[in-house]
Design a protein around this ligand. Structure first.
Ligand SMILES: C[S@@+](CC[C@H](N)C(=O)[O-])C[C@H]1O[C@@H](n2cnc3c(N)ncnc32)[C@H](O)[C@@H]1O
Ligand SMILES: Nc1nc2[nH]cc(C(=O)O)c2c(=O)[nH]1
Ligand code: SF4
Ligand SMILES: [Mg+2]
Length: 206
């Protein structure tokens, strides 16, 4: 009997520039998986509008673009079944793999670069468990996030810590974000918090 092909829930696969964080401006192929284990009220992504694609279909689409960096995102990519099989295939073919994750679940070992965005409104879940290392942390400013940032900087070891304005209906809360950055950075011997703007939205690209 033939083995059933592995399929994945995919929202979209597209090429663009990384719009956020340390790698802003880097050409990347985005693989956006469906479904999420959280439901942030201001989430900018239709993560429940997905279709299924086979591993071979995903790989063919990825190969049709020129970028060699891939951003695995969603939705929440760490809850996608059989993720590691796809990552193995991409890795074997020379791709650099970055992930965007909310950080509640472990990140597969094939991933080269971890950007995590823990969510203040789900602090109770983060107190129970979350990943403890990443290359960068990006916290969206959806209210007063100071205490949550202090908790996260103690429990996630990262190279970069960012505050990101929350974008709703085309507006970003820049003043609030800058005020909270000022407060975080007044403290001595603490990680420096920087600003990460969703530049792709300003540039009106994907
Ligand atoms: C759509 S999420 C997908 C990956 C993963 N679920 C996560 O939250 O990190 C990708 C990035 O977009 C950010 N994001 C989502 N909606 C946003 C909004 N309205 N304003 C600013 N950042 C937002 C998230 O915090 C995360 O850094
Ligand atoms: N240009 C661009 N950069 C991004 N970086 C992370 C994104 C995401 O939705 O995960 C994203 C996105 O949706 N677009
Ligand atoms: S965790 Fe990420 S994808 Fe899920 S709802 Fe929040 S921002 Fe959206
Ligand atoms: Mg996005």
């Amino acid at each position: 009997m033939n083995k059933k092909p592995i399929t994945y829930n995919i929202v979209e696969i597209f090429e663009s520039l990384q719009g956020e964080g340390f790698n802003t401006g880097m050409p990347c192929v985005f693989i956006r998986f469906g479904k999420c284990n959280l439901a942030c009220p201001w989430c900018d992504t239709p993560y429940n509008q997905f279709h299924t694609m086979s591993l071979e279909e995903i790989y063919a689409k990825v190969r049709s673009f020129s970028a060699k960096n891939i951003i695995i995102t969603g939705g929440e990519p760490t809850i996608q079944p059989q993720l590691e099989t796809l990552l193995d295939k991409l890795k074997e073919n020379g791709y650099f793999l970055a992930i965007e994750t909310n950080g509640l679940k472990n990140v597969p070992p094939q991933i080269d670069y971890i950007a995590t965005s823990p969510k203040r409104i789900y602090q109770k879940q983060y107190i129970k468990r979350h990943i403890d290392t990443a290359h960068e942390v990006r916290i969206v400013v959806d209210g007063n996030v100071i205490e949550f940032c202090q908790f996260i900087e103690k429990t996630i070891q990262a190279t970069h810590y960012y505050l990101s304005p929350c974008e709703e209906n085309g507006k970003m809360n820049m003043l609030d974000t800058i005020t909270q950055l000022g407060i975080l950075n007044q403290r001595k011997n603490k990680p420096h918090w920087q600003l990460s703007i969703q530049t792709h939205k300003m540039a009106k690209i994907d």
